[in-house]
Design a protein around this ligand. Structure first.
Ligand code: COA
Length: 258
């Protein structure tokens, strides 16, 4: 697929989506949001895509936030609409994607960039990565889900401090507080992320979708009930017959996603 602000490639079943505005630190302007929305539609519908890696172009930034140059023309309704549209068309679409979506954070992940990484199912970072929610420096607050997802990932106290001070967490601090799962060198970031996706791509696709749905319901009133329902649904899949059958027959399972 061709996009004006993204690179989009499929390798071994993994779509690699690279936000490609390196001269503007890959900031999320309207065009990037529209392209990310279309790219995620392609991920949802293209049967050749099993999983996604989201990363940024260039050596400095994953995404340095929403595009600040678009802010001064907005009033209260316009600001709310910017946040609502972005959340609905990109951030929630990523979080609720039935295929695993992982962020490979290759530099600054600030504001909307930190929020974009947090909407992914998990995150790896290179050792030059820096995370932060610096919106209060601009008289703003996070608007793409940051107050909610950061709190879920690192806890209320740390989320409050990060959003109140605007201080950046470097990659090792992000690892320590649970914002990222792994830290690599810059060179190793994509190879390591692809290695993890290759492992995930070998698993039962419908089961992966159900894991995502259940974990997204964790902490909600119907979390346990969702798990019971999804667990039951697995028994109606060919993949469950194949996975359990292959184990019993001491052979490798071949999943079809049915
Ligand atoms: N929106 C729009 N443009 C941005 C941007 C953003 N969020 N972040 C960076 N840019 C642009 C800069 O304006 C600059 O453009 P120019 O070359 O046309 O002047 C270019 O990207 C390079 O950024 P620069 O600030 O010169 O790089 P740096 O290495 O000195 O600093 C950052 C990097 C990320 C620390 C700094 O750009 C920054 O603080 N960005 C804003 C982060 C932020 O507040 N994000 C939350 C937004 S709600």
């Amino acid at each position: 697929m061709e996009f004006s602000t993204l690179l989009f490639a499929i390798e071994n079943g993994t779509a690699i989506i690279t936000i490609n505005r390196p001269d503007k630190m890959n900031a999320l302007n309207k065009d990037v949001i529209a392209d990310l929305s279309s790219a995620m539609d392609e991920v949802y519908t293209n049967a050749d895509i099993q999983s996604v890696i989201l990363t940024g172009a260039g050596p400095k930034a994953f995404v340095a936030g929403a595009d600040i140059s678009e802010f001064l023309s907005l009033d209260a309704a316009g600001g709310a609409e910017l946040a609502r549209k972005g959340q609905e068309e990109v951030f929630n679409k990523i979080e609720n994607c039935p295929k695993p979506v992982v962020a490979a954070v290759n530099g600054f992940a600030l504001g909307g960039g930190c929020e974009l990484a947090m909407s992914c199912h998990f995150r790896l970072a290179s050792d030059n990565a820096k995370f932060g929610q610096p919106e209060v420096n601009l008289g703003l607050i996070p608007g793409y889900g940051g107050t909610q997802r950061l709190t879920a990932l690192v806890g209320k106290g740390r989320a409050m401090e990060l959003c109140m001070t605007s201080q950046m967490a470097d990659a090792n601090e992000a690892l320590r507080i649970g914002l990222v799962n792994h830290v690599t060198t810059q060179e190793e970031l994509l190879p390591r992320t692809k290695e993890i996706m290759n492992t995930i791509n070998s698993k039962a696709p419908l089961a992966l979708a159900k894991v995502i749905d259940c974990i997204n319901h964790a902490g909600t009133a119907d979390g346990y009930a969702t798990e019971i329902t999804r667990f039951g649904e697995c028994f109606a899949t060919d993949d469950m017959r194949e996975g359990v059958g292959a184990f019993m027959e001491k052979r490798k399972a071949v999943f079809t996603g049915k």
